[in-house]
Design a protein around this ligand. Structure first.
Ligand code: HEC
Length: 129
């Protein structure tokens, strides 16, 4: 009986301490995104990501699909990084691993994701930047 209580409290403890994802727009990586990061992110975007995310081709969501990106932002950087790094099957198409940039490093992929969100945010309120 005692063991069951200990087990139950452990399960409870771990489910509560599980990190809640931070909206990507509120992460330090996003808020501190500087010119150097932008150069890295932009170059990956221009060679890979834009192919699908600029206009929403191959089942991807377009840059100006604000509702989609705002909801997606809530998944947090860690989860989104995993999706891009490993690839993701969407409802209407698939994103290849590393978003079609096979030679990209983890850092380059992270910056390209942050850059994509900078672009969508810019799109949403052009006067704010
Ligand atoms: C070949 C097309 C293609 C390319 C290239 C591509 N994507 Fe995607 N991307 C997709 C599809 C398809 C989805 C899934 C859409 C869905 O969830 O229905 C997706 C989803 C995403 C998501 C959301 C993932 C999630 O977990 O919800 C992010 C972030 C993303 N892409 C970023 C990128 C970045 C950054 C690059 C460049 C490094 C990139 N994509 C390149 C097709 C692409």
């Amino acid at each position: 009986m005692k063991r069951k209580i200990i087990l139950a409290s452990l399960v409870f403890f771990f489910s509560c301490s599980k990190n809640k994802s931070v909206n990507i727009y509120k992460t330090n990586q996003y808020l501190d995104f500087n010119e150097k990061d932008k150069i890295i992110g932009e170059s990956v975007w221009k060679t890979s990501c834009f192919r699908c995310h600029m206009h929403g081709t191959n089942g991807a969501n377009a840059l100006d699909d604000k509702e989609y990106w705002n909801t997606t932002a809530e998944k947090g950087l860690e989860d989104l990084f995993k999706s891009v790094w490993e690839g993701k099957y969407g409802e209407e198409g698939a994103m290849p691993p590393k978003g079609l940039c096979p030679s990209c490093s983890e850092d380059q992929i992270e910056k390209s994701i942050l850059y994509l969100f900078k672009l969508t945010e810019l799109n949403e309120s052009p006067d704010s930047l």
